[in-house]
Write a protein that binds this ligand. Sequence first.
Ligand code: ARG
Length: 326
Amino acid sequence: PKRDWSSDVCSSDLSDMKAFLLIAFFLAIIALSMASEAIDKAATTDNFQDAEDHADLRVTPRIVNGFQIASGKYPWMVELTIGTGGSASRCGGSIIGAYHVLTAAHCVIGEAANAVVAVSDCVDLDSCGGSSQQLTSNAIYIHEGYNNVNYDNDVAIVKFGTAWTAAPVKLIDNSLKYLICGGTPVTTMGYGTTSEGGSTSQDLLGVNLFMFNRPACKAIMGSGVSDSMICAGILGENKDSCQGDSGGPLIALDISLNPVLVGDVSWGDGCARSDKLGVYGDILKFKKGIDSILAGGTEFIAGGDEDPSCYDVSSSTSNDEGVCCS
Ligand code: ARG
């Protein structure tokens, strides 16, 4: 006689299978919801803030706007309060010498020598740690070529009477000029507004961007982009610096993964618009003037450290359109 496998063994197998599938289904649902929670969390708190991560292009940027900078990571970062009372304004800056902070000229133009109060090494302005310093300026040096209308040469150095304990950030020089070629991963940071027209942040926030060559930047941001400006952003995303971040750093990493100051926050078209870039002062172009102030000079002279042969000569009219050798 034939045995009907399907009715005895298999039917019990089938109901086992159904139970198994049901359990598997619920387990999968739980796993999925846990995974999406983890991704949400990554999107708001993770920040590929490790230098190794930042330099690694295989890591996809996961932050829509900004991320919190880890305490002590950039001790040379300073918050500047310019003026007092209701007219006080906020900018960013970078310690570049024992007594010197680099910022944007438009932050400090027309201000008295002692109008700037700077706070270093602070990731939360409501409670800066013990290594933070607060100093008041005693001199301001504006780049001699600064143009208050088009923000050409938007850089200044603010001097303090007491030395900063934080080591200065490394400045870009000619040997590192490749860092400002289009495509380089860069980071900017500050305590500025967290959206266009929004309010400023008490926490130090950073955002990871990419460099754009100047010709590409001009095509996007217009002819207002001069030879003293460099651009960074991510098209299609809403990441940028904003009001209150001006003067703050744009950094890239050298081969030892040390931060290198390549730009200072200068201007944009609104903030974080998906089809726009942020425009930064080109520190390499300001190098001679910076060095002379650091050496005790009192005039922020024009002149850079760039190698003209590095420029993109594919430009039809002049050799100053690009910034890259490649
Ligand atoms: N000018 C602004 C300031 O004073 C900075 C603007 C930067 N804008 C931008 N979209 N990246 O703080």
